[in-house]
Design a binder for this molecule. Structure first.
Ligand code: TYM
Length: 333
């Protein structure tokens, strides 16, 4: 039986952080065993924030090394760099013709970015969800493993896929679904600054590449308060975030111990943070060591990128050919 197809990507704008790892990469690792997977580095998307050429190049190499260090296996999955597959941007041009200003302007991620970088509200930001739809639809993906923050972009990809199928009376695109194992909700890994999600641009991230010292320092600086005064009180957001992180990395007995201490107003946040830092380090340190080794092996990185580009282009070309035929780009010669 044919395996279902999976597509997902990460922007190369720095190091992978715990949000990327637990929101996306962990699912990639499990999915690569049973699905036909395409995992890529979204360098074209990165251009929306105007990185320098050197930073972009370094970011691409870093994420590639990090994918491999996490255990994504280039023999099982297709790992590729988005700009190596020009068919994606060709499909993006075609899909842009059926994407409307109103719906693009209403996208939360566009509104957020427009607020955060008012000096650079470019057309690429506006049509970001169309490029993302192209990434997904070009390989006819059935499933897309992403974190909660990508839910709306994925909804747009579904919309653009359905719209194209309807306009051209075809079923060229399967309609992709968000994916988690066992029907779990898409996750949001919180930051350490007492508000919102962990993110590269939020400056609140713990990276897989951070040293033990960095991690201890970042966790010890996490926002807390003076502690509960009533037994079993509700947790303020900053405290809830610490517990959420702990649920992701620590053993159930450890979580239980701190929950009980909180409920009995005996919690010592210093102890909790020390424990949390050690449990994070347990996950990240072996990965960091592998990243360092892999980054040293340019030949291997080049081989993986070349192999991925070839496999991804083969799949992309097939879809693009069908799409061009459907829209009426038929050769006169
Ligand atoms: P990006 O690069 O911001 O993040 C990559 C992946 O990590 C997940 N993630 C999180 N999950 C949980 N908690 C967090 N705090 C957290 N932070 C990040 C994201 O949900 C994502 O799965 N537009 C995408 C990249 C992209 C893409 C695609 C993804 C481009 N084309 C096609 C899937 C399919 C982005 O900027 O993700």
């Amino acid at each position: 039986m044919n395996k279902a197809t999976v597509v997902s990507g990460i922007r190369p704008t720095g190091y992978l952080h715990l949000g990327n790892y637990f929101g996306a990469v962990q699912n990639f690792l499990r999915m690569q065993e049973d699905f036909n997977c395409y995992f890529f580095i979204a360098d074209v998307h990165s251009l929306t924030t105007h990185p320098t050429p050197d930073n972009l190049q370094a970011g691409v190499k870093q994420v590639l090394a990090e994918y491999l260090a996490c255990g994504i296996d280039p023999e099982k999955s297709t790992i590729f760099i988005q700009s190596d597959v020009p068919e994606i941007t060709e499909l993006y041009t075609i899909l842009n013709m059926n994407a409307y200003l109103g719906e693009l302007e209403r996208t939360t991620s566009f509104k957020d970015k427009a607020r955060k970088q008012p000096e650079n509200v470019n057309a690429g930001l506006l049509t970001y969800p169309v490029l993302m739809a192209s990434d997904i639809l070009i390989h006819k993906a059935h499933f897309v493993p992403v974190g909660k923050d990508q839910e709306q972009n994925l909804e747009m990809a579904r919309k653009f896929g359905k719209r194209f199928n309807r306009m051209y009376k075809s079923e060229v695109f399967p309609i992709p679904k968000p994916f988690t194992f066992d029907g779990a909700d898409l996750i949001k890994v919180p930051g350490l600054d007492g508000s919102g999600k962990m993110g590269k641009s939020e400056g609140n991230a713990i990276n897989l590449f951070d040293t033990e010292k960095d991690i201890r320092k970042k966790v010890m600086r996490a926002v807390t308060d003076s502690g509960p005064t009533e037994p079993n009180s509700e947790k303020p957001e900053a405290i809830q975030n610490l517990f959420t992180l702990m649920k992701i990395v620590s053993e159930p007995a450890v979580i239980e111990q701190f929950e009980t201490a909180y409920n009995q107003c005996e919690i010592r946040y210093g102890d909790m943070k020390k424990q949390l830092a050690e449990d994070i380090i347990k996950v990240t340190l072996p990965i960091r060591e592998r990243i360092v080794d892999i980054l040293d092996d340019n030949e291997h990185l080049a081989k993986v990128a070349r192999m991925g580009a070839e496999k991804a282009r083969e799949s992309a070309l097939k879809t693009l050919k069908e799409v061009k035929e459907l829209v009426g780009f038929r050769k006169l010669y």
